[in-house]
Design a protein around this ligand. Structure first.
Ligand code: NAD
Length: 484
């Protein structure tokens, strides 16, 4: 039995339980019971966090990269050591099964370690000089300054880990505002950085009203960088605020990932991968496969098999039953959104082959794994990100048509394809428009590779070397032999 911790903010090295703007309850989405409360920051507390981040920045930026790496590597070790306990908090707050929460946490440790290592690796470059009067042209990547980090609830460890490790490795101080529904998960992660030796003020964590906090922090003069993960609508608002102050902005927004499945694909492996990935975290994943475009020759078998396997999933309270394979949605609003989507089914909007309704249970925000056949490419399901356990499956005759449907939205986060045909594989890799394309697998989130999108899915990348460089700005130092 995991006890839910007291949630505290971290401001200037002090853990603070009293929210100047009161408290808010934290709800277990599987039971609808309150787990505890979370303090809400007041504007005075936000100003204190901003002052702490501003004061800590020059010292942390001047800390040698090797020392920053040593501290961040220790934080990664602590995340690994504490992973079982952290994962239990994630399951309580977010609902995902323990194995998924554990995988997220240990994977985050790898990510933190990789980004920490960049502090040792990134040394800038020397550029050959044009004139003999010049001695040296040195280009370096300088930490931008205090960074404001906003993260959602669906990956409450992985998403803050990417931002915190990237910012701290680059030498930025930061303020994290995690989702109000998963504050203790973020707190457990932040504690690892603090216990590893990140100095007071270099890392801060506040909770509360998202709109008030984001506006206050982004418009503050001290802020130099903003990084947001969440919906496209909110990303546009925050991007506009950042642009007013010419502050650098990274946006990791929604997606509606297509999966093109060719006739030559290994059917067994492909269907197993598709069903397993579709319902991970109840489909609440920005890179979740949602639009399945399947060659007509295998279409009927694919739909039937998808529906049969989705019925095998065990939906329930993963914090009470380890055999559960799909947890609840994050909050009541997500269930209502799924019901509204299902209400329009029929005709060109598609046919419900399995699922399609909330799970009847006394409590908890559960929705059935759902398979929709033949939605028209213009239907709402195929155009709006469902962010839930829903798969739309469409047949195609010509691979070029599949690519056209795949590329027809303004989203462009992840795209996938399954094929055993080498030519088709090259064609799809080149023609699918997305920040990340994976062929014959779904794993786009490794520590070493950039994660990010295009179009309405945002811009800028996290993880990979890009996850470090996003917190830096380019500086040239040009030295002449003597004054002209
Ligand atoms: P929501 O917009 O109410 O909340 C999503 C997240 O955004 C929450 O963590 C919330 O704290 C944050 N947020 C909301 N307004 C904010 C603001 N003004 N400033 C800063 N943060 C703010 O939506 P929801 O119903 O909880 O989730 C569904 C939507 O959110 C979908 O559109 C989905 O794409 C998006 N989402 C995306 C991701 C992702 O990984 N890209 C993760 C979670 C949610």
């Amino acid at each position: 039995m995991t006890t839910y911790p007291q949630v505290e903010m971290l401001i200037g090295g002090e853990w603070i339980a009293d929210g100047g703007a009161g408290t808010m309850p934290v709800i277990n989405p599987a039971t609808e019971q309150a787990l505890g409360t979370c303090p809400k920051a007041s504007t005075e507390q936000l100003d204190a966090a901003l002052a702490a981040a501003e004061e800590a920045f020059p010292k942390w930026a001047a800390t040698p990269g090797a020392e920053r790496h040593r501290i961040i590597k220790r934080a990664a070790e602590l995340v690994r050591e504490r992973a079982p306990d952290i994962a239990r908090i994630v399951t309580l707050e977010e609902g995902k099964p323990h194995a998924q929460a554990l995988g997220e946490t240990t994977g985050s440790a790898d990510l933190i370690e990789f980004l920490g290592e960049e502090a040792k690796r990134q040394g800038g470059r020397l550029v050959p000089v044009r004139g003999s009067h010049l001695l040296e042209q040195r280009v370096t990547q300088e930490p931008i300054g205090p960074a404001m980090l906003f993260t959602p609830w669906n990956f409450p460890i992985n998403l803050p880990a990417k931002k915190l490790a990237g910012a701290l490795a680059a030498g930025c101080s930061c303020i994290l505002k995690p989702a109000e529904t998963t504050p203790a998960s973020a707190q457990a992660l932040v504690r690892c950085f603090v216990d590893a030796g990140v100095p007071a003020g270099a890392i801060n964590c506040v909770y509360g009203d998202p709109a008030m906090i984001s506006e206050h922090l982004i418009t503050a003069p001290a802020t130099r960088k903003v990084s947001f993960t969440g919906s496209t609508a909110v990303g546009k608002q925050l991007g506009a605020l950042a642009a007013q102050g010419l502050k650098r902005f990274t946006a990791e927004l929604g997606g509606h990932a297509p999966v093109v499945i060719g006739e030559s694909a290994d059917f067994e492996r492909t269907i197993a991968a598709c069903v397993g990935t579709k319902f991970r975290n109840a489909g609440q994943v920005c890179v979740s496969p949602t639009r399945f475009l399947v060659a007509r020759g295998i279409y009927d078998r694919f739909v039937a098999e998808f529906a049969a396997r989705s019925k095998d999933l065990k939906v329930g309270d993963a914090s009470a039953d380890e055999s559960v394979t799909m947890g609840p949605l994050a909050h009541a609003g997500r269930v209502a959104a799924m019901e509204e989507l299902m209400g329009a089914m029929g005709g060109t909007n598609g046919e419900i082959v399995s699922g399609g309704a909330r799970v009847e249970s006394p409590s908890g925000f559960f929705f059935q794994p759902t398979v929709i056949a033949n939605p028209s490419p213009d239907s709402r399901l195929m155009r709006e990100e469902p962010f839930g356990p829903v798969a739309g499956i469409v047949p195609y005759d010509d691979i070029a048509d599949a690519v056209q449907i795949a590329n027809s939205l303004r989203y462009g986060l992840a795209a996938y394809a399954f094929t055993a045909d080498l030519d088709e594989s090259h064609y799809l890799g080149g023609s699918l428009r997305a920040g990340m394309v994976a062929i014959n697998h779904f794993a786009v989130g490794s520590p070493e590779t950039p994660f990010g999108g295009t179009g309405d899915s945002g811009f800028g990348s996290e993880s990979g070397v890009e996850g470090y460089l996003g917190y830096t700005e380019t500086k040239l130092v040009s030295v002449a032999k003597s004054a002209p």
